[in-house]
Design a binder for this molecule. Structure first.
Ligand SMILES: NC(=O)c1ccc[n+]([C@@H]2O[C@H](COP(=O)([O-])OP(=O)(O)OC[C@H]3O[C@@H](n4cnc5c(N)ncnc54)[C@H](OP(=O)(O)O)[C@@H]3O)[C@@H](O)[C@H]2O)c1
Length: 261
């Protein structure tokens, strides 16, 4: 199986920690040169220092706020002018919790800006090169709520559906150019995001965090949360030459938690 990404440049967003950082590691291990993007420069520099690197694999950082579409556009123009991007991992932090009907309109706007508008800005920045070389990989890190909305994550459930519709449309538009577009749907994964979800659920239900965590793990057939590198490995596979005929899919990495087929 051809997993070799030597010579490819991957832009991995939301990579200062969590699933993004793990994806950066897995892609670097397959030979790609990585640029990690997030807001915290010091954390990004630590990530880059820890990435696997053989001769010729020079990793880099890109400090950017995905919530600021205007400055993001300028930052990306400079980035692709320096080194065109072959692989885009579109990822950011999840929206705050709460019910859909109680969320402020601004919360929806913020989530759509960071998850969908930023994704569109990123895709438009990397597309000219991908199209010219007739090869590209776009992977969006979304959520199982694309298929099964999660109670207490109203804004998140809403924006994930929009991202999935956008991605499916892109996959059909860009397939003739040799560009694949796929979504990875993480289940419960050991990152800061799951700590936030457990904390909010425990507060909402006036329960102990450990009990909430145990109940969540018990709802997964694998009986545990995912390690970020398990999700990162699936993302890296979708970017590999071996996955060239996989496009337009939403692939759960959830230990079998979703009941739907
Ligand atoms: N973990 C789970 O159990 C789980 C389950 C389902 C879905 N997901 C989804 O998967 C995605 C990744 O999750 P995760 O667990 O890896 O999250 P995480 O550990 O909270 O990491 C989020 C990353 O996004 C970056 N980020 C946040 N806001 C940003 C902004 N405005 N501009 C640029 N970068 C930003 C953060 O870096 P900076 O703070 O340095 O900017 C960080 O690197 C999220 O959408 C999450 O909701 C996660």
């Amino acid at each position: 199986m051809d997993l070799d990404l030597t010579g490819r440049h991957a832009l991995v967003c939301g990579a200062s920690e969590g699933i993004g950082r793990a994806a950066a590691h897995e892609l670097a291990a397959l030979g790609a040169r990585i640029t990690v993007l997030a807001r915290r420069e010091a954390a990004l520099r630590d990530v880059v220092r820890a990435l696997p690197a053989s001769a010729g694999q020079q990793h880099d950082v890109c400090v950017a706020d995905l919530a600021d579409a205007t400055s993001l556009r300028g930052t990306l123009q400079a980035l692709v002018a320096r080194q065109p991007v072959d692989i885009l991992i579109n990822n950011t932090g999840g929206p705050p919790g709460g019910s859909a009907h109680e969320a402020a309109a601004e919360a929806y706007l913020e989530a759509f800006t960071r998850h969908l508008v930023a994704g569109q800005t990123l895709v438009q920045a990397v597309l000219p090169h991908m199209r010219t070389q007739r090869w590209g990989r776009i992977v969006n890190v979304v959520s199982t709520s694309v298929r099964e909305p999660i109670p207490g994550l109203g804004v998140s459930n809403t924006v994930r559906g929009a991202v999935a519709g956008w991605a499916k449309t892109l996959s059909r538009e860009l397939g003739p150019d040799g560009i694949t577009v796929n979504n990875v749907l993480p289940g419960f994964t050991e990152t800061a995001r799951i700590d936030q979800i457990v904390r909010e659920r425990a507060a909402r239900e006036s329960r102990d965090e450990a009990a909430v965590r145990a109940d969540m793990a018990a709802s997964v057939p694998a009986r545990r949360f995912a390690r970020p590198e398990e999700t990162g490995g699936v993302i890296a596979f979708l970017c590999s030459p071996a996955a060239a005929y996989v496009t337009g899919v939403s692939l759960p990495v959830d230990g079998g938690r979703m009941a739907s087929i």
